[in-house]
Write a protein that binds this ligand. Structure first.
Ligand SMILES: [Fe+2]
Length: 302
């Protein structure tokens, strides 16, 4: 009897240990997202609040900086206040070319000049082979044009990166940059941001994809559809969903679709999601709506 009991006890202990190790401590480090920059206050009140977005994602022992906020000084102050080590990043994602997502990049490069940076393929931005269209524009020689209206030699008409020497890779097709970590590009067809390219990130977790979005200029549902191509099981969505300009009815439809079409379990909306959308997300998701204010640390499944 005692032998049977002790065997049952040992088995129970092994089961508990196995469960803990697979759900929380698979690599010895918890998976989590720390909000570094946004206009939403969290529990910590002595941080800088500003328009823009930045979140540190830690998963599987990897550290990914997703966007860099909208102000150099505010981003730098928040990383110091929150104890974010920018020297040990695996890579940085710049979701799109707007300043409210890129303005802290110069500070990151001061701390970590060689860090790998992923940005969307975008004509005329981020400094890559994007000089090519400029060369094309400047290289047509028209003999009748007055001498002082000729462009200089078209071959030299290049545009430098805003961060000269930075290690930037531009993404056009979905790519698995680390095991289970995907970056994918969508393109805006919306007024005001027509043809703007945006990167989003999807991380495979034990509960499904955790999707991170910067500003969702192409449309949050377009991004979710692209994420679903990687894995239709979307667990969570973090970031700016750009619903500030949408009508109340459009917002209501999108929030409903999160729950019933895309079957998202958990949301951590921030940045340009908008107050009306936030109010509907809180009602629709209840405790599975995460308050993603600056300084908040939100757990992710392994
Ligand atoms: Fe933005």
């Amino acid at each position: 009897m005692i032998k049977k009991l002790s065997r049952a006890l040992i088995l129970a202990c092994i089961t508990i240990l196995a469960t803990v190790s697979s759900s929380t401590f698979a690599d010895g480090k918890a998976s989590r997202a720390t909000i570094i920059y946004d206009a939403l206050v969290g529990k910590q009140h002595d941080v800088f609040l500003g328009w823009g977005y930045s979140v540190l994602v830690e998963h599987g022992g990897k550290r990914i900086l997703f966007d860099t906020g909208g102000q150099y000084g505010g981003f730098a102050a928040n990383t110091k206040k929150l104890g974010i080590d920018l020297k040990s990043l695996d890579f940085v994602v710049l979701t799109h070319r707007h300043g409210d997502h890129t303005s802290g990049m110069a500070y990151v490069l001061q701390q970590n000049p060689k860090v790998k940076i992923y940005a969307p393929l975008e004509t005329g931005s981020f400094g890559s082979p994007t000089s090519a269209p400029v060369v094309r524009l400047a290289s047509r020689r028209v003999a009748e044009t007055p001498e002082d209206l000729h462009y200089f030699d078209g071959d030299k008409a290049t545009v430098d990166s805003p961060w000269p020497g930075a290690n930037i890779s531009q993404i056009d097709k979905p790519v698995e940059v680390l095991p289970g970590v995907f970056l994918f590009r969508t393109v805006s067809e919306n007024k005001g941001t027509l043809e703007l390219n945006e990167l989003s990130m999807a991380i495979k977790t034990s509960k499904g994809l955790a999707v991170f979005v910067g500003c969702s200029h192409p449309g949050i549902e377009k991004i979710l559809a692209a994420a679903a191509e990687i894995d239709p099981n979307i667990y969570s969505v973090f970031g700016g969903m750009h619903l500030t300009d949408a009508t109340d009815q459009q917002v209501a439809n999108i929030v409903e679709n999160f729950k019933f079409k895309w079957k998202v379990d958990h949301v951590a909306p921030g940045h340009c999601t908008g107050e009306f959308a936030q109010s509907l997300f809180t009602k629709q998701f209840g405790p599975n709506h995460e308050h993603a204010g600056v300084g908040e640390v939100i757990s992710l499944p392994q």
